[in-house]
Design a protein around this ligand. Structure first.
Ligand code: FMN
Length: 335
């Protein structure tokens, strides 16, 4: 029986391996209070056997935050979900969309599009054990599947297994012949099919993902589906999130300027440096913050050339930020 409230999924930042780690999420949270943030995918065996605090630890300020699990063994996933729930995540999400070789060899990720019964078993098993919602992120199909069959088949089985929320990356994955990167650009996007899923299954929460670059586009999608998940743009140009609270969640107070974001990130970085985290591990996520402003390139360069050095401290960030001019009246028009 569910006891935890559903997080608001109107706008979320996608799970991205190597990118949406805890430092990135803390940083993004300084730009938007309401966007739902996803972790990188963590495999169930890693959670069960690996360094849990390292894999799952996060800062309270990151809420609302969802953990994405990788796996296809209902028993393992259930154990991993229980452990993750204990860390305080607001949602458990299962990865049915990631096409990398490493992921396929473990029989999880996008290849599970071909095993909808197994996915439904995994979700049902997890949902009986945890009080937080269990969701799925999938593709519209893989390889020679017909998305018009594969996607509704998966969705119906998930619905019957008690899953209420499905996030659809609106393109197929080709498991052979394309790299993971190509699988995020080459297969064509089919937003209409995702819209159709919402019309066909109105009781389910359907969120759309793939190629969404602005908040104007987000608003258009929200006329057809319940939520939008943004990936690469939110990482590469994080200030696109600056208007999310106001335009999508009705917040009336202004969000932080870019310089205020850095100022607010400083105490966090100081704490983590004391714990032995390197400056580079954190600053690598913030390079795109000033994109489009005079001095943005100098900011990037100063950080890239210095943050990785042994003993690098916050003075590097202060020096870099002094190279950027921010308009006095910030317009937040990154979108
Ligand atoms: C660097 C990188 C890592 C990714 N890792 C994951 C992952 O761990 N799990 C997942 O479901 N999708 C992963 N994705 C896919 C994204 O979540 C998203 O579905 C995809 O980038 C399409 O959205 P976008 O066009 O807004 O970027 C990754 C994407 C990128 C760029």
């Amino acid at each position: 029986m569910k006891t935890k409230p559903e997080p608001n999924r109107r706008f979320s930042v996608a799970p991205m391996m190597e990118w949406t780690d805890r430092h990135d999420r803390f940083f993004l949270r300084l730009i938007s209070t309401h966007a739902l943030l996803y972790t990188e995918m963590v495999t169930a065996p890693a959670i069960i056997h690996g360094k849990r605090d390292y894999l799952l630890g996060f800062d309270e300020a990151e809420h609302p935050v969802a953990v994405q699990l990788g796996g296809s063994d209902p028993r393992e996933l259930t154990e991993a979900a229980r452990i993750a729930e204990g860390y305080g995540y607001d949602e458990i999400n299962l990865n049915v969309g990631c096409p990398s070789d490493r992921v396929q060899s473990g029989r999880f990720g996008a290849c599970l599009m071909k095993e909808p019964d197994l996915v439904a078993d995994c979700v049902a098993a997890m949902a009986t054990e945890v009080a937080v919602p269990v969701t799925v992120k999938c593709r519209i199909g893989v390889d020679d599947q017909d998305p018009r069959e594969a996607l509704p088949t998966l969705i119906e089985k998930l619905r019957d297994a008690g899953c209420r929320t499905i996030i659809v990356h609106a393109r197929k994955a080709w498991l052979e012949g394309l790299s993971p990167k190509e699988n995020r650009t080459v297969p064509p996007l089919d937003y209409d099919l995702v819209y159709e899923m919402k019309r066909t299954y109105p009781d389910l929460e359907i969120c759309i993902n793939g190629g969404i670059a602005t908040l104007d586009e987000t608003k258009t999608h929200l006329k057809h589906v319940d939520g939008v998940m943004m990936g690469r743009m939110a990482y590469e140009r994080p200030y696109v999130l600056a208007d999310v609270d106001q335009r999508l969640f009705g917040v009336t107070t202004p969000s932080r300027t870019r310089h205020e974001v850095i100022e607010a990130f400083m105490p966090y970085m100081a704490r983590r440096l004391e714990e032995g985290v390197t400056l580079h591990a954190m600053t690598r996520h913030i390079l795109g913050l000033f994109q489009g402003l005079p001095g943005a390139r100098a900011w990037r360069r100063h950080i890239s050339e210095n943050a990785y050095k042994k003993g690098a401290g916050l003075d590097i960030v202060t020096e870099a930020v002094n190279k950027v001019r921010e308009p006095d009246l910030e317009t937040h028009s990154a979108d």
